[in-house]
Structure formats: C-alpha cells, structure tokens
Design a protein. Structure first.
Length: 174
C-alpha cells in the first residue's frame, strides 16, 4: 500500500503575504496493539497472546529506561529518547532553571543505513515507500450531496486531521 497524501494550505503567510500549499499524509486508519500482535504471530511460531505479552512488556521496559534518562534503540526500528520542550520563558540564572519550564516529549529517530559510498542515509521505515496523491475533487460526493473537497485542513483544523465526523465516509482508497 502506498502512503497517501493531499495538499493543504498553510495558515501562515510568507513574507510576501502568500499562503502556500504543502503535502500532508492522509491517515486512513489505526492499527491496535492486538492487531499488531496478531500479524506478528502470523509471521512467527508464537501465539497472538504471546506476542501481545511481549509488546506490553516492551512498553514497560522502554518506559523504565526512558524515565531513567536513557535512550532506547530497537535494531531495525530506531531510537526513542525523551526531550524537553520549553513552555515558558527562560531564566537569567542557571540555578533557577526547573522542569516546570518545560514538558517532556518522546522523540523517535528511525534506524538508518548508509550506502556503501557512505554518503546517503536511508531510514529503515521508509525504504521502498511510494507516495500517491489523493485529491478530494476526485472522490465521490458525500451522501448529503456536498463535495468532500471542502476540507482542506487549513481553517478549523490546520493539522489536516479530522476534528469530528467530516469526511469520515470518504475512502481515499476508492
């Protein structure tokens, strides 16, 4: 399956006052831990319950190490680490810096490999990916007769995701 994308217009204007368009991935669904466990079980000699248990334990172990200020690298997948994002202004003295000035976030860097010449890195999760454009004007009309092209992800929900029920009945795969 290809990665599906659509165009969206930025809510921020350039210095020349233009609001430019950019590509944005269309998320077509979500796979649960149980589904991941089931698919892993199909590829191995383990049961779905065994693989679900391993995934649950992986979360527990990763949490323990991340909360101990360690990064966690899973070969072939990537590295997870905690990072702080500032939520308020800085302070003038190092002694006054506190964790309350920021929130913790988990950062993920996909595993990468270099080509034999050592110049170009490829991300393991992106090897062989194909991208396909999805245009709402090519989609069938909604049952109420309205065009699905009305949601460009730029007004109420600039992230491009669904904020409620709009366009839930449009299948970008046809």
């Amino acid at each position: 399956m290809p990665v599906i994308y659509k165009s969206f217009q930025s809510v921020l204007a350039t210095k020349k006052g233009k609001k430019l368009f950019y590509p944005r991935v269309v998320v077509t669904g979500n796979i649960s831990t149980t589904q991941v466990a089931k698919e892993i079980a199909e590829l191995s000699s383990l049961s779905t319950g065994d693989t679900k248990n391993v995934i649950d334990n992986l979360v527990t172990v990763m949490t323990r190490h991340l909360q101990a200020s360690e990064s966690v690298t899973l070969d072939g997948l990537g590295t997870f680490r905690l990072a702080m994002k500032s939520t308020m202004n800085g302070v003038e003295e190092a002694a006054k810096v506190s964790a309350a000035q920021s929130t913790l976030r988990v950062r993920f860097m996909p595993a990468s490999k270099r080509k034999p010449d050592g110049t170009v890195a490829t991300r393991s999760l992106l090897n062989g990916v194909k991208c396909v454009r999805f245009d709402f004007q090519d989609a069938p009309p909604k049952p109420d007769g309205n065009s699905p092209a009305e949601d460009n992800g730029s007004s109420e929900n600039p992230s491009g995701g669904s904020s409620g029920g709009e366009n839930q009945d449009v299948n970008p795969l046809g």
